[in-house]
Design a protein around this ligand. Structure first.
Ligand SMILES: [Zn+2]
Length: 253
């Protein structure tokens, strides 16, 4: 952790810039071949991200590829600061929602209002591989929270950038209009097959026990699927955040 306290080097050349006030976290990978940003975060969070980048020796223009994990505005809102010079990549079901400017599904309505049309240059498919030289990223389509969610697996170190698909402790996102609990369980079961050493989610803390987190998440998703009326605070990440507002101030939401 350096002076900013919002920037952490998680692995050599892999940094987390923690989002403020509801923004997703952003992850920066200084690749040997290109610099990658996973999720630009909310528009209002851009000054935090820009400061974080400068602390790790990068200007905004040094980011060459932005991967959006899904179409929600707390993950894509600052794309407009990158899309003139960097390639923007998203899974095709997220990309179509982004470029159509559907502010209901991207949740811009009532949140950050971004009037600048979003661009998506690379429409990703399941199993797309990105070779950064020092790291190798594999895109996995993991629908559940929304239909267009991806998780990004770094195979050489067993890292999972899980966005809103799974959080530390196995809590879940809510199911958005295009999402599905059944898809969520399938996605979690597929993620469980990987050799994982660390979980880097879109909100909240990171976890070094990803297998346990996924097992718990599958149990939580089954409770939802079966309509069991168990304590929702155990299932949903945002319920835990509501309960602990002081954590929310530190972690984002
Ligand atoms: Zn989301």
């Amino acid at each position: 952790m350096n002076g900013n306290e919002r920037v952490t080097e998680l692995q050599p050349g892999i940094f987390q810039v923690r989002g403020l006030a509801g923004s997703s976290h952003s992850y920066v990978i200084k690749g040997a071949y290109l610099n990658v940003l996973i999720d630009s975060g909310a528009d209002h969070n851009f000054p935090v991200l820009e400061r974080g980048l400068s602390e790790i020796g990068l200007r905004v223009r040094d980011i060459e590829l932005v991967i959006n994990t899904h179409e929600h505005c707390d993950h894509i809102g600052a794309n407009r600061y990158f899309q003139e010079h960097a390639l923007i990549a998203a899974y095709r079901l997220a990309a179509s929602k982004m470029i159509l400017g559907d502010y209901y599904v991207t949740m811009y309505k009532g949140n950050d209002l971004n009037e600048i049309p979003l661009r998506v240059h690379l429409w990703l498919e399941n199993m797309t591989r990105l070779d950064l030289g020092n790291y190798s990223l594999r895109i996995f389509h993991t629908p559940g929270h929304t239909s267009g969610c991806i998780s990004i697996y770094e195979a050489t170190r067993g890292l999972l950038f899980s966005a809103d698909t799974i959080f530390a402790g196995g809590t879940l996102s809510y199911i958005a209009e295009s999402g599905s609990v059944g898809d969520y369980i399938d996605s979690l079961r597929r993620l469980r097959c990987f050799g994982l050493e660390a979980l880097y989610p879109g909100h909240g803390r990171i976890s070094m026990t990803p297998a346990e987190d996924i097992d718990r998440a599958i149990e939580n998703a089954k409770i939802l699927l079966e309509g069991r009326s168990e304590d929702r605070e155990k299932i949903f990440f945002y319920k835990q955040q509501e309960r602990s507002s002081s954590d929310a101030a530190v972690e984002g939401s």
